[in-house]
Design a protein around this ligand. Structure first.
Ligand code: SF4
Ligand code: SF4
Length: 99
């Protein structure tokens, strides 16, 4: 199981600062395919829930609780690490700029 960031993400980056296992990564803001949101690595997330209350738009859910209208975002999070860019050496202050 993992937590999932949905399309409600506004790239504020607060989740990155509290994740104890550093498994939240921004899609580079200039990347047209992945740049709108941040993503959680499903293989590393320990489901601690620390990111949920710090997210201003309440964009993060346990995978089993993702609302039906954001179900496609589950695949997005998996794909970002499976097929997409995955981890990279980002500057949080630069990347948390408004999308
Ligand atoms: S705290 Fe919420 S809005 Fe901010 S980057 Fe994380 S998921 Fe997106
Ligand atoms: S649930 Fe915990 S481990 Fe998973 S992304 Fe959120 S803060 Fe990180």
């Amino acid at each position: 199981m993992t937590h999932i960031i949905t399309a409600l993400c506004t790239r504020q980056g607060d989740c990155v600062e509290v994740c104890p296992v550093d498994c939240i990564v921004p899609g580079a803001k200039d990347d047209p395919d992945w740049g709108k949101y941040f993503y959680i690595d499903p293989d590393t997330c320990i489901d601690c829930g620390a990111c949920v209350p710090v997210c201003p738009p309440e964009a993060i859910f346990p995978e089993e609780d993702v609302p039906a209208e954001y179900e496609a975002d589950i695949k997005m999070n998996y794909d970002y690490f499976g097929e997409g860019p995955g981890y990279w050496d980002f500057d949080l202050e630069e990347e948390r700029a408004a999308r």
